[in-house]
Ligand binder design. Structure first.
Ligand code: SF4
Ligand code: SF4
Length: 110
């Protein structure tokens, strides 16, 4: 194999090799989340993101990958205004997603 001189930065890798029980739990209640294409429209129009570092796409992408660090705290910036739900091109019910994300994080002590 040709060595192009690139390396994998271990600190920035995501492990997808785990049982995504919590993701399945979320998708069971908010089925529309399966349609997310990670386009970022939700973050681009988010009311909270205009004033803080809050990034809803980053949060739900991390959750998908099994990274739960600090999600509960980060979600406190969301005002549940629903703009993200209105603009999502895939019809993801983000308000329901955020509410259930909070529940799952709390219930499972993640
Ligand atoms: S706007 Fe919808 S499809 Fe795009 S990243 Fe957000 S949830 Fe996913
Ligand atoms: S509901 Fe939350 S995540 Fe969605 S646009 Fe409003 S503040 Fe942002």
């Amino acid at each position: 194999m040709v060595d192009f001189g690139f390396q994998i930065n271990q600190g920035r890798t995501l492990s997808l090799d785990f049982e995504q029980v919590h993701l399945k739990q979320l998708e069971d209640v908010v089925g529309s989340f399966r349609r997310c294409i990670r386009c970022g429209s939700c973050t681009a129009t988010c009311s909270a993101a205009q004033f803080t570092d809050f990034n809803i796409r980053k949060i739900h992408t991390a959750f998908r990958a099994g990274i739960y660090n600090n999600i509960e705290e980060l979600l406190k910036s969301c005002m549940l205004c629903g703009k993200c739900t209105l603009v999502c091109p895939r019809g993801v019910n983000l308000r329901a997603l955020i509410i259930n994300l909070r529940k799952i994080i709390k219930e499972n002590d993640l």
